[in-house]
Write a protein of this length. Structure first.
Length: 296
């Protein structure tokens, strides 16, 4: 009996610890970029969706921006094509673009369904809807990589309208150029552009790593928190490589453009989103503005 009471009290303490965070972020916008392994594992997928739904129910205004890279590669393979990448970006010819748009549409509606199963109304859109994401053709080190777009303009009106009507927007990273040609957008880039445009309080990247390391091979070099300037120094010092480099550049860009805090979390950890936002310890890397040193 005493043990049961102890467990109940521990739960109460967890809720009390979350209270200042809930108060601070009430009615604030949080953009969650969702992709990687957490997306291909059904149980983890459900955990992430539960987390985001809980954030919505306690007063946050979440927006999900999702990828779908592994699923796109699977379907590209099914039609007998080979997925090609240049500097981490998918080479996207006309046929691959068609497949990508279909797959992202399918993923988008799966996420909408999962949210609605939990009793929250969601709306799935792509960056084409309401002129949300306008792009221009992206080149990678001068190489033509096909229908891959760089976001040039965000019109967030459609997102504000949905948030105002109490819907949870779920965005697929596809946009149009000024000639209304369809382009695939890197989901990190899309999430970053949207977070800046809506003045999000938080931008969260759910990834396949625990967070940032000064040296990825040395687990003791984990960085729990750093400022935007420190992040820039890591980039220019050549400490960060591979797929984390553009992600970290996106993080610092978001901070410099008014996003209050950026989090890099391991999407493979169940409920990492709640642990990072509602507990003092957190579980990933938080990137903050140079003049912010206050909890939470």
């Amino acid at each position: 009996m005493e043990k049961d009471m102890e467990q109940v009290l521990q739960k109460a303490e967890v809720l009390i610890e979350a209270l200042p965070y809930i108060q601070k972020f009430n009615r604030k916008i949080i953009v969650v970029k969702y992709g990687g392994s957490a997306m291909s594992n059904e149980e983890l997928q459900k955990n992430v969706i539960k987390d985001v739904t809980l954030l919505k129910l306690v007063g946050f205004k979440p927006i999900i921006v999702h990828g779908g890279g592994k699923e796109i590669s699977k379907w590209v393979g099914k039609v007998g094509k080979e997925a090609k990448f240049v500097n981490g970006l998918r080479v996207t010819d006309a046929e691959t673009m068609e497949i990508a748009e279909m797959v992202l549409g399918k993923v988008n509606k799966q996420l909408v369904t999962m949210v609605q199963e939990l009793g929250v109304k969601a709306v799935g859109i792509s960056g084409k809807d309401g002129g949300l994401l306008q792009v221009e053709k992206k080149y990678s080190d001068g190489q033509d990589i096909g229908f891959v777009g760089d976001v040039t303009k965000v019109d967030p009106k459609v997102l504000y309208d949905m948030l105002e009507k109490d819907f949870l927007p779920i965005v697929a990273p596809i946009g149009l150029d000024d000639r209304f040609q369809t382009y695939n957008i890197n989901a990190d880039d899309a999430a970053c552009a949207i977070a800046k445009a809506v003045g999000a309080d938080k931008l969260v990247f759910l990834t396949d790593v625990e967070g940032l390391y000064r040296d990825f091979n040395d687990k003791s070099s984990f960085i729990g928190r750093l400022t935007a300037t420190e992040a820039d120094e890591l980039i220019s010092g050549g400490f960060i490589g591979g797929g984390m480099l553009p992600k970290l550049a996106n993080c610092t860009s978001a901070i410099k453009n008014g996003v209050n805090r950026v989090h890099i979390l391991d999407g493979r950890i169940p409920h990492c989103l709640l642990l990072e936002i509602f507990t003092r310890k957190g579980v990933g890397t938080a990137i903050i503005s140079d003049d912010e040193n206050v909890e939470p």
